[in-house]
Ligand binder design. Structure first.
Ligand code: GUN
Length: 291
């Protein structure tokens, strides 16, 4: 057996196509969706992510307002950049690229973000709605992208056992909540989990969001499981996931590759969120989301 490789680039292209159609509809009615981007400092990985996000937004005809405050900015400086975007009616989604430099309190920044402009779904209100099992207007882009791939490849969710490795606010926590809301039985694992391979081998769906290149080997994978690789480590200049593809591919039922899996989906879901927020806030008649 060899895993079905989930083509994140193809799924992302399909999502972007749907989002593009709604963006055109809005623009033709005089409402051009706008994305505000805050990139503080000069983290090279963040610069690449933000460049790709800006490019995708421009390809869909969105207005992009990118602010690049210096790396020695204070929390108050970043808060005031976000507040200006909050007050700009032409900005529908605001993305504050993480991580922020260590002197800045990310929670203080996320708190001031208008929840109805929260392109990343990271505001406490939107995270709280997700935790309650309600449908928030937006969901964090990477976990939302993972769910979209699972759905489009008909990976069975209801009643399945899902294991999420990693408990970050950006990925692990919202991912676990989305899987619970989709009727999976979910276990969250992290750096203190005892016998991680045994816990992972219980998974029908294994989400690897650890940040350690190649850590998930075949030893962690139940035969036939769906393995979603969220890792993005640079090793010798190359992008590597958390999954050791060579050993896992013959065992798994489905596998998202790195590159070409979760990465393109994160960007596609940011576009989806921005256009959905635009439609919800000021797009009379245009549906916020087809889902
Ligand atoms: N840093 C890495 N991934 C992301 C993301 O999806 N959103 C934000 N805001 N920062 C990130």
């Amino acid at each position: 057996m060899s895993a079905v490789i989930i083509d994140g680039r193809a799924v992302a292209a399909a999502v972007r196509e749907e989002v593009g159609a709604r963006a055109r509809e809005l623009t033709e009615s005089g409402i051009r969706p706008g994305l505000g981007v805050v990139l503080c400092g000069e983290n090279p990985a963040s610069q690449i992510y933000v460049r790709n996000k800006g490019k995708a937004a421009e390809e869909l005809g969105l207005r992009v307002d990118q602010q690049t405050p210096p790396g020695d900015s204070s929390t108050a400086d970043i808060v005031s950049v976000v507040q200006r975007m909050n007050d700009d009616d032409g900005i529908d989604g605001i993305l504050v690229q993480l991580p922020l430099p260590s002197q800045i309190d990310p929670d203080a920044v996320l708190d001031v973000l208008r929840p109805d402009k929260d392109a990343d779904g990271l505001h406490p209100l939107n995270m709280g709605l997700l935790a309650q099992g309600a449908k928030p207007p937006v969901v964090a882009c990477t976990p939302a992208g993972c769910m979209e791939m699972l759905r489009r490849y008909d990976v069975p969710l209801r009643g399945s056992r899902a294991v999420v490795v990693g408990r970050s606010a950006l990925v692990g926590r919202p991912m676990a909540m989305l899987l619970v809301n989709a009727d999976c039985t979910v276990t969250m694992c992290h750096s203190r989990t005892v016998d991680l391979p045994a816990a992972c081998r219980e998974a029908d769906i294994l989400i690897a969001a650890i940040g350690r290149a190649g850590m998930i080997t075949a030893d962690y994978v139940k035969p036939g499981a769906c393995v979603v690789d969220v890792g993005t480590s640079r090793v010798d200049g190359k992008l590597r996931g958390d999954v050791d593809r060579e050993s896992v591919e013959p065992v798994a039922g489905w596998l998202t590759p790195v590159p070409g899996g979760v990465g393109p989906m994160t960007i596609a879901m940011l576009m989806h969120n921005t256009v959905a927020l635009c439609a919800a806030r000021r797009g009379a008649g245009v549906p916020a989301s087809p889902r």
